[in-house]
Design a protein around this ligand. Structure first.
Ligand SMILES: [Zn+2]
Ligand SMILES: [Zn+2]
Length: 277
């Protein structure tokens, strides 16, 4: 099973999930629009070079014409996002170009910020750079077919993406050609899957089984939260053996109720999704 999903696949999955989970329909509809724009970005010829390397070494890269494309994404988000995110996008869109350029540089060089507004700005920069980073890593614009190196390779115990150094967005359980029930983390920027020890916390490295609790809800039998009692972090895990049609990004957004529960219990997600959860 290939652990990369095309933008079109994400859009379709979001449409299906929006019909089934009305509580998440607004954010899933927003996500469909963003994925549609990302699909266009992924095929543009003027993509900036070196986004993955820049992020990995926490340095900026010349974005030139591509930075102007951010305005297009901000238009989409201003129109389609739920209120707080739409406002943040609108302020960025109508503000000076230097602020937008500084935001992209901030994403490439920094760590996930705290504070709701800062997180929303960060998510916009991440959404914009995702298709470029995915294209660099995948070489095929996120089209299913090729097999990524780390996906099939040996266990990679790093808690950040071996390609670009970003935090994982979600974990995935699947039957790969090599192993049943293999566990991979999926990068929040470039989408790279990398094999990771299933029982080790992705935030603090805690390995003791007793430090970990799992949470599941009947509405999402293929999803699970791995919560760490040592650092208070949690990761959402998609079990593709239970739902082969799942697309982790979209299923993550459809199950916001799980995040609200975990965050209400005081847990912090490893990396926020597009809804800021
Ligand atoms: Zn990555
Ligand atoms: Zn931990």
């Amino acid at each position: 099973m290939r652990l990369r999903w095309a933008w079109e696949q994400r859009r379709r999955r979001a449409t299906e999930l929006a019909a089934r989970h009305p509580e998440a329909a607004a954010v899933l509809t927003f996500y469909q629009e963003v994925a549609g724009f990302q699909q266009i970005l992924a095929t543009r010829p003027e993509a900036p070079a070196g986004v993955v390397e820049a992020r990995r070494h926490r340095r900026t890269v010349a974005l030139d014409g591509a930075a102007r494309r951010l305005e297009g994404l901000l238009d989409v988000v201003s129109r389609a996002a739920p209120a707080p995110m739409a406002e943040v996008a609108w302020l960025l869109r109508t503000g000076p170009a230097e602020v937008r350029e500084a935001l992209l540089a901030q994403y490439l060089t920094g760590e996930t910020p705290g504070g709701d507004e800062e997180v929303r700005r960060w998510l916009l920069a991440r959404s914009f750079l995702q298709p470029y980073a995915a294209r660099e890593v995948d070489g095929r614009g996120g089209t299913p077919g090729a097999t990524a190196g780390a996906e099939a390779g040996d266990l990679h115990p790093a808690r950040v993406c071996p390609r670009c150094g970003s935090a994982p967005l979600v974990g995935v359980l699947s039957d790969t050609g090599r192993e049943e029930g293999a566990f991979h983390l999926i990068c929040s920027l470039c989408g790279e899957p990398w094999r990771y020890p299933r029982l080790v916390c992705t935030l603090c490295g805690e390995e003791r089984a007793g430090a970990r609790t799992y949470f599941q809800a009947d509405a999402f039998p293929h999803l699970r939260l791995d919560c760490c009692g040592t650092c208070g972090g949690y990761l959402k895990v998609t079990d593709l053996r239970r739902q082969a049609l799942a697309v982790p990004d979209a299923d993550d957004l459809a199950s916001l109720t799980l995040d609200l529960w975990a965050q209400g219990q005081g847990y912090t997600k490893v990396e926020p999704n597009l809804a800021g959860l």
